[in-house]
Every structure is written in structure tokens, then in C-alpha cells.
Design a protein around this ligand. Structure first.
Ligand code: NDP
Length: 496
């Protein structure tokens, strides 16, 4: 059966998923759709591959992961071109995205042994005759569900952490970006041809749901908060743990001593890169009164120079355009002003840069994730007011602060998992920094040491080194020994 094709909307024909460019409708590629049995079979194969992968040890895995990293780098133009074709994003944005992905593979490969490998712990006096050891053991198979907006870096973060920790991975890319997902899997298979250590399963949401129920040891989900709740419900059936990277409504605070030109440049990039379809994209700015007018002028000037169809690509998921339109309309209906763009900016599949001021706090542009190239700028009396308003959201993913004297203090007070000071979004590109949110933005972390530990279970081992001086954990202790234990307890911990 042949379904009607709308550019950018994936269709399934005869068990094959066909992916197209959101602007031109050009086909990006086709992949077979999996059913629940195929998902289960893929996970069974992955469990066998995991045993082989684990047996390679940290050095063997590191060597192979670094080879994958180098292969991605050698073919980065090909990957960027494919990503650009499938999502519509400008080629330069795809290159920048791939750069961050390469950083995460490299860091996870090089640091897994140090972070997860066996280590001896310092002796505790009450059990001084035992030594303590900790190591982090892999789950076996990790399921990764990814979104379409950053189809390279969002899955590669958890995939590289999970692989470096010794797991095999079954990856369900978004139905909007299966071809980029398959490229990642195919290139990994070029450097690890022996076993299916990284596999993809394709299809619509139900394939993701089947993956949650397939017997994986852990799930890593990146996508919307609404879908995250469905994923958690499916995982709960078998008590499968999950790391959740969900949506956001990130704020930028501009303090009185900020470099206004730099803040404006970063605000425009942080909100408009990838046409605003960025989980950690800046969607709201709170600028203090003394610099507000100059900042708004600078943002309008910079954003006004962006060319729709060039730096600003099409909206990848066609139905998101209605949400962006509704948010702009709602802001204007409630008294907001468009100082750039506005209602006319929505020309499917494109939305031109839109900057809104005087937008009431109860409008959807302030409250809900817009996921388009729009930015609200709100005047606030001071940094305290900025922090209060920035934190007044159920989300808490990233954020940014521009300023000098108090910038770091303000950054600490933002209720979010990450903050960039005097830049925007930069934390996503540093392999050693954990990435994740609070509240409706999710929990758990990918990237960095926390991201590696997310994909392994702590295993604690004690080893007796000598007979016990204070034998507590035995029925053979005497009353005199119990009395000595109490004395020791008072000496060690009883002082005020
Ligand atoms: P969705 O939540 O719509 O989809 C995410 C993934 O989940 C897709 O692969 C989707 O498959 C799959 N899925 C859909 N239904 C189910 C289900 N019932 N069970 C299991 N899996 C399912 O998100 P989008 O793809 O639209 O991505 C955009 C969202 O992702 C935004 O909210 C954005 O903020 C967030 N995001 C968060 C990031 C973070 O790190 N915190 C990073 C990037 C994006 P299919 O596509 O086939 O429906």
C-alpha cells in the first residue's frame, strides 16, 4: 500500500520506514520496521554480544571505541550531509553536533576504567580487619531511545557511556531520523564486526515501548516529558531502571555588568541554532532594567541578520509548527509585542526568527516548550527577580548567565542541571561534565563520570584481612566484647 507523502513526515510502506527531508521531501533513506518479536530477538542477540564485549575488558573496548571515534571524524562530512538531508538542519549545525558526539565517545573510552574499574576503599576503624572494594559492573543490554532534533549527539552520549561501561546497546532512533541512527550503527559495525554490540530497531513509538519491555537491563530515554512518562510506565512493569532526558524551557539571565554585545550574540545563537529545536535552547531571557533596552536592540539586530532557509533551517517535525504558531499567537493576544518576526514569521516548513517582549508570565511562550526560533525577553528589576522568574517552571534542564561579579552565584541558584556562564549551551560539548535535568526535565545523568556510572551497577566487596578485634557480626561475641564495642563507639563517634 502506498501512503500519501508529506515532506518530513515519515511513512511506513510494506513494513519499511521511509524518511524524508522536511523542506524538499527528498528521500533520506529507508529501513525495515521491527515488531515486538524482532525487538526481543535483537535484545537476545545483544545479550550474547554483551558477554563478548565485556570480556574484551576496558582496554579492548577503549581501543575499539577510539577507532569508531576516528572513523566518525574521517567521515564527518558524510554524516553531516546525511543529518542535514534527514532533518533539514544546516550543514554547519550538523558538523557542530557531530563534534560534540566525537568528544563524548573519546572521553567515555578514555575514562571508563578510572571511573568504573575496581578500586580499594579506605579502611573504616570499626571493621578495620576487612578491606573494602568497589567496582561498577555493566547491566548487560542497555536500550537507548533517541529524539530527532539532535540525532547524532543525543544518542551518542548514552551509547558511548553504555558501551564504555561494558554493555551492548539496542538503539531505537526517532522515526524522523532513522537513517542517521542506522549510520551510527553501521559505522560501529565497521570497527566491531565480530558481534552485534550496537544494533538499531526502527519504527514508531510502539517499537520504543517494546524495547522497554524486552528484557533490557536499563533504558536511556531522550525525548519529550509526555513520552518519558509512558516510557517510565512501561519500564515499571519489570522494574527496569531508566535515565530520563526530557524537555526544557531554559532561561538566560543578563545581569547589569554583562557584556551586552556578547550576551546578545549568545542569546541569539542559544535560541535560534537548529531553528530553536534544542532541548537546552534558550527560550526565555530575563534582563535587568539598566541594560534591558540596549540588550533588546542588540538581539533584534543580530537575529534580524539570520537568513531563513540558510542559518535557520526548516522545522523538522511538521506538527511542531502548529505549536510554535499557537505560542506566538497566544503571546501577542495576551499583550506581548513582536520586536522581530511575529505571527507572519510562520511560513511552513520555516519559522523566521521571532523576538517577543512584554509577554505575560502565564502565556505558553513563557510556560511551555516552544521548540522554535523564538525568544522572549522580560525586563526584571534585579538578578534576584530574574532567578525567581527563571525558576518558575516545572522544567529544569539548562540555562545561562551573562555578567561578571555575581554570575557564578546566580548560576548556582538556577534550578537546573547545567548552566553556562558568559556563553550558551557549552556544557553539552564537554565530555567530562554530567548532563541532565531536574523536575520535568528528567533525572539521572549522561556524559562525564556520572554518565558512565549511570550505565553500571555499583558492586561492593569486603575481604577479611585478619581476625576481628571487636567481633560484632557473629553469635560468638562475648558480653565483654560487646561492652568494648560500646566503648570504642563512644571514643570514635560519641564526642560532641
Ligand atoms: P518524543 O518524546 O516524541 O520521542 C522521543 C522518542 O521516543 C522517539 O524515538 C519516539 O519514537 C519514542 N517514543 C514515542 N512513543 C513512545 C512510547 N510510547 N514508548 C517508548 N518510546 C516512544 O520526542 P521528540 O522526538 O519529539 O524529541 C523532542 C523532545 O526531546 C523535546 O521535548 C526535547 O526537549 C527533548 N530532548 C531532550 C534532550 C535532553 O537531553 N534532555 C535532548 C534532546 C531533546 P517516534 O519518533 O517513532 O515516535
Amino acid at each position: 500500500m502506498t501512503a500519501t507523502r508529506v515532506p518530513g513526515i515519515p511513512v511506513v510502506e510494506d513494513g519499511v520506514l521511509i524518511s524524508t527531508n522536511p523542506a524538499s521531501g527528498a528521500e533520506a533513506g529507508r529501513v525495515p520496521v521491527a515488531d515486538a518479536e524482532a525487538v526481543n530477538e535483537t535484545v537476545r542477540r545483544a545479550a550474547e554480544a554483551a558477554r563478548w564485549w565485556q570480556a574484551l575488558g576496558y582496554d579492548g573496548r577503549r581501543e575499539r571505541l577510539l577507532r569508531w571515534r576516528s572513523l566518525i571524524v574521517r567521515r564527518v562530512e558524510e554524516l553531516a550531509e546525511l543529518t542535514s538531508l534527514e532533518t533539514g538542519k544546516p550543514n554547519a549545525d550538523a558538523i557542530v553536533e557531530a563534534t560534540a558526539a566525537v568528544e563524548h565517545v573519546d572521553w567515555a573510552a578514555r575514562n571508563a576504567r578510572r571511573v568504573l574499574g575496581p578500586r580499594k576503599m579506605r579502611t573504616r576503624l570499626l571493621l578495620a580487619e576487612h578491606s573494602g572494594h568497589v567496582e561498577y559492573q555493566p547491566y548487560g543490554v542497555v536500550g537507548v531511545i533517541g529524539p530527532w532534533n539532535y540525532p547524532i549527539v543525543t544518542p551518542v552520549g548514552p551509547i558511548s557511556g553504555a558501551l564504555a561501561a561494558g554493555n551492548a546497546v539496542v538503539f531505537k532512533p526517532s522515526e524522523y531520523t532513522p537513517i542517521v541512527g542506522q549510520w551510527l550503527v553501521d559505522t560501529f559495525a565497521e570497527v566491531v564486526p565480530e558481534q552485534p554490540v550496537l544494533q538499531a530497531v526502527h519504527g514508531l513509538g510502539e517499537v520504543g515501548a517494546a524495547l522497554c519491555r524486552s528484557g533490557v537491563g536499563k533504558m536511556s530515554f531522550t525525548g519529550s516529558t509526555t513520552t518519558a512518562k509512558k516510557v517510565l510506565a512501561a519500564c515499571a512493569e519489570n522494574l527496569v531502571p531508566a535515565v530520563i532526558e526530557a524537555g526544557g524551557k531554559d532561561a538566560l539571565i543578563v545581569d547589569a555588568d554583562a557584556d551586552i554585545a556578547a550576551a546578545a550574540e549568545a542569546a541569539v545563537w542559544g535560541s535560534m541554532t537548529n531553528a530553536g529545536q534544542t532541548c537546552i535552547g534558550i527560550e526565555r531571557v530575563y534582563a535587568v532594567a539598566p541594560i534591558y533596552d540596549a540588550f533588546v536592540d542588540a538581539v533584534v539586530e543580530k537575529a534580524g541578520q539570520l537568513r531563513t532557509g540558510e542559518e535557520i533551517g526548516p522545522i523538522t517535525m511538521p506538527r511542531q509548527i502548529d505549536i510554535i504558531r499557537e505560542h506566538i499567537d497566544d503571546a501577542l493576544a495576551k499583550g506581548g509585542q513582536a520586536v522581530l518576526g511575529g505571527a507572519g514569521a510562520v511560513q511552513p516548513p520555516y519559522v523566521s526568527p521571532t523576538v517577543l517582549v512584554d509577554v505575560p508570565a502565564d502565556s505558553s511562550e513563557i510556560r511551555d516548550e516552544t521548540f522554535g526560533p523564538t525568544l522572549t525577553i522580560t525586563k526584571v528589576a534585579d538578578a534576584n527577580e530574574a532567578v525567581r522568574q527563571a525558576n518558575d517552571t516545572p522544567y529544569g534542564l539548562g540555562g545561562a548567565v551573562f555578567g561578571k561579579k555575581n554570575a557564578l552565584r546566580i548560576a548556582r541558584r538556577l534550578r537546573s542541571g547545567m548552566v553556562a556562564v558568559n556563553s550558551t549551551l557549552t556544557f553539552v560539548g564537554m565530555g567530562n561534565l554530567p548532563f541532565g535535568g531536574v523536575g520535568e526535565s528528567g533525572f539521572g545523568r549522561i556524559h562525564g563520570e556520572d554518565g558512565l556510572r549511570e550505565f553500571a551497577r555499583a558492586k561492593s566487596i569486603t575481604v577479611r584481612r585478619a581476625p576481628s578485634v571487636l567481633p560484632a557480626m557473629t553469635f560468638e561475641r562475648t558480653p565483654a566484647q560487646v561492652a568494648t564495642i560500646v566503648k570504642a563507639l563512644r571514643i570514635l563517634y560519641g564526642r560532641k
